[in-house]
Design a protein around this ligand. Structure first.
Ligand SMILES: Cc1cc2nc3c(=O)[nH]c(=O)nc-3n(C[C@H](O)[C@H](O)[C@H](O)COP(=O)(O)OP(=O)(O)OC[C@H]3O[C@@H](n4cnc5c(N)ncnc54)[C@H](O)[C@@H]3O)c2cc1C
Length: 421
């Protein structure tokens, strides 16, 4: 009998979003000897979205490599007062000092940082050894060896197949790896749409540059926050009829979109946003009317039910991040949860090696934790979308504190040669 062919990789990660890159980082921190590769279909480039990194996600990053947190916090825009405005631009309230969410977090020993999705992705990508991240490589499907000892990965575009011991599907809300594992179809439409963009800070900005401004109330709101480089990010939400879901990309839209190829599409997105916000105050209109249409993203809000996300993997394959536990954005936890996934995956591989046992150990720790957040985010979104105008903005920080999510603090990943290993 011919001797078995050596495998190309120990761990292959599909998807170079925050989850996939962090997974590679965590695995290589704990086991630098493993051959790990990340396959990303796009190139790393700015996209119109910002993320709130919260205490649990920051702690997970620190466990992988404290210099990641230094890099992240160097981008901290030092958020200041929270201004709440009515749609006509009049002030409802101002939360500052002890009342502000960031002070609430600080008092509990936590940190947070608003960062653009692209800058977080770049920070993680830069932390990987050269040659780990492969851009513009689109995964197509996998094939498991009959004895479960390896996976053959097939790619689009005629790239030759590769073999790997483990496969991690970190390919986001429309995960192809998930579909091949479970075939459970596209995510559920949550009944609302969001528009997001990053753009220069407008003239009307409050005099404190770190101000966070929220206009309106559930279910029709626009929130805008500063970024460290003087730009701002905004995101707007509105209930949107299911009958019109195809106009906003349908159920197959990805949460994090590439800049648009066509200006007309951007203009159509702007028009739909103005359908909702066109008679709001000049500040809100200036954001929508002033944005470069190519920087404007639009997506139906999608999620999966916690009941449908009890199982994440099989044999040498598992899921991580949005592919495993897609939630609504109500708790701003998607990326933070993906960081937690990554660190636990790294720990499991440190303990069990690149084996299916490591994947089952990772899933056993993370699935119940992620489920709590997913369940709450769905519950909050249902209340959000059916709220009467004037309903107070959900206190995301209080909800997360009550769920105990911020209490999870991660010990440094064991490193070969360290006493913790
Ligand atoms: C309006 C809104 C606001 C949000 N705000 C926050 C927030 O403040 N804080 C927070 O923590 N989270 C937030 N989120 C959630 C966050 O964006 C996601 O949870 C996060 O991006 C998930 O990371 P991921 O790596 O799992 O997936 P993704 O970021 O979706 O990355 C998946 C990657 O896989 C790649 N890919 C897909 N298919 C293939 C393939 N076949 N081959 C190769 N590559 C492939 C994609 O190109 C992509 O780069 C928000 C989401 C929305 C919609």
């Amino acid at each position: 009998m011919a001797p078995p062919q050596p495998l190309d990789l120990d761990v292959a990660v599909v998807g170079g979003g925050p989850g996939g890159l962090a997974a590679a980082k965590a695995i290589l921190t704990a086991r630098p000897d493993l051959r790990v590769a990340v396959f990303e279909r796009a190139t790393l480039r700015p996209r119109g979205a910002a993320l709130l990194m919260q205490p649990n996600g920051i702690s997970a990053l620190e466990a992988m490599d404290p210099s990641l947190v230094d890099g992240l916090m160097a981008m901290d825009p030092h958020m200041g007062p929270y201004w709440l405005y009515r749609p006509d631009g009049s002030v409802v309230s101002l939360m500052e000092g002890k009342e502000s969410p960031q002070e609430y977090i600080r008092q509990r020993g936590g940190r947070q940082c608003m960062v653009s999705w692209h800058e977080l992705q770049s920070l993680l990508a830069r932390s990987l050894p050269p040659g780990v991240l492969h851009q513009e490589v689109q995964f197509d499907r996998f094939q498991e060896a009959a004895d479960g000892s390896s996976i053959t990965m097939h790619f689009k575009g005629g790239r030759p197949p590769m073999t790997t011991r483990l496969l991690i599907g970190a390919d986001g809300s429309q995960s192809g790896v998930r579909q091949q594992l479970f075939g459970d179809g596209p995510p559920i439409y949550a009944g609302a749409v969001s528009w997001r963009a990053v753009m220069p800070r407008p003239d009307w900005w409050p005099k404190e540059p770190g101000s966070y401004c929220i206009f309106g109330s559930p279910p029709t709101m626009l929130g805008t926050n500063p970024l460290h480089d003087g730009s701002i990010a905004w995101q707007a939400f509105a209930a949107w009829p299911e009958a019109r879901i195809d106009e906003v990309g349908g159920r197959s839209v990805t949460y994090v979109q590439d800049p648009l190829a066509k200006k007309e599409q951007g203009e159509a997105r702007r028009k739909r946003a103005l359908e909702v916000f066109g008679d709001w105050c000049p500040q809100v209109r200036s954001l929508i009317e002033g944005v470069d249409p190519l920087a404007l993203t639009e997506h139906a809000q999608l999620h999966r039910l916690p009941e449908d996300c009890k199982v994440w993997g099989r044999g040498p394959v598992t899921l991580l991040g949005d592919s495993a536990h897609l939630a609504t954005p109500m708790l701003a936890q998607g990326t933070n949860q993906a960081m937690e996934d990554a660190v636990e995956l790294g720990r499991a591989i440190a303990e069990h090696g690149a084996t299916p046992e490591a994947l089952r150990a990772y899933e056993a720790v993370r699935q119940p934790q992620a489920e709590v957040v997913q369940r709450k985010s769905v519950e909050l979104f249902l209340a959000f979308k059916s709220a009467k105008p004037g309903t107070p903005v959900p206190q995301q920080h209080v909800e997360l504190e009550n769920l105990g999510v911020w209490k999870r603090v991660f010990a440094p990943l064991p490193r070969p040669g360290s006493t913790a290993a």
